[in-house]
Ligand binder design. Sequence first.
Ligand code: ACO
Length: 325
Amino acid sequence: MIRAVILGTGSCLPARTLTNLELEQMVETSDEWITTRTGIRNRHIAAAGEQTYQLAAKAARRALAVTGIDPEELDLIIVATISPHMIMPSTACFVQAELGAVNAFAYDINAACAGFTYGLDLASNYIQNRADMKILLIGAETLSARVNWQDRNTCVLFGDGAGAVIVSGSSDGRGIFGSNLKADGKLWNLLFMDSPESLNPDLQRQDWQGAHIQMNGSDIFKHAVRLMEDAVKTLLRKTKTAIEDISLMIPHQANIRILNNLKERLGISEEKIFINLSQYGNTSAASIPIALDEAHRQGRLVRGDIVLLCTFGGGLTWGSLLMRW
Ligand code: ACO
């Protein structure tokens, strides 16, 4: 049986960092509040002129270098992002040009923080159709350009970065063997970022607040815990996998209290959950591929291990995915 496997990973974090102590100088907050409520201590912030597609291309080059695959060998580039360089063309097209991946078709997907996991499921489906495809999947964000730096409710949470994987087919028993993706558009207004104000006077809105992230934090928190628990448990049942079979869970990195709640509900031990959010904050679609790359480089992903991804974001969108590494 052919399954989609991750051949290599890469990531890129902007050099510039922003600590909680620096945020204390910008809004009415404290290191103590941010650390205890979120677990975040630091985040990386793109420098002036550093664009989403540039972080994405750097992460991609690292993933390509690990696999020894040339950019011209790529068939498809998918970028998951909610902070694209432009609305058109896609960030994936900019990446394609940066890499010289002349044989790849390219497009973006938007499933907010769940974008990378949605993308991996998509890549897996392409592979079922054509096993020798080489797919570059990237999660990349410059959310620093999309938060309101006067709003302490949101600006302390997010960071910039990119993570990339190369996906292709394999018949050696490894690869993606299940996914459970969900969405609920009725709950869109718990977490959203408006589109730019319309230039068509007939389409201008009275309630437009500016294109930055707005969030109902406590409702998001409750939904995130409950829905990720459900997404994981359903997938485990469907694939006849026991929670004890999981070697490493790589969750979306949003908030340490969400992850602690999830850990209790799933009955998974702490050392099996990969957590790096204290250093990066919530990098939305980039958070899981950055974590995957870090886990890989730390030797925490061993060939044959069962890896569980779980994710949650605006939309609402959420889900889980299982693979044998
Ligand atoms: N510093 C100091 N005080 C703050 C800050 C801040 N940065 N932000 C909010 N507060 C204040 C609020 O104004 C409120 O004050 P008030 O009681 O005087 O009105 C008080 O802290 C408590 O606010 P709550 O919202 O009740 O605090 P809560 O314990 O829920 O924590 C938080 C807030 C951290 C946002 C939490 O709700 C959360 O993490 N939610 C999930 C949000 C999230 O992760 N979003 C990311 C996108 S979705 C995803 O990726 C999963």
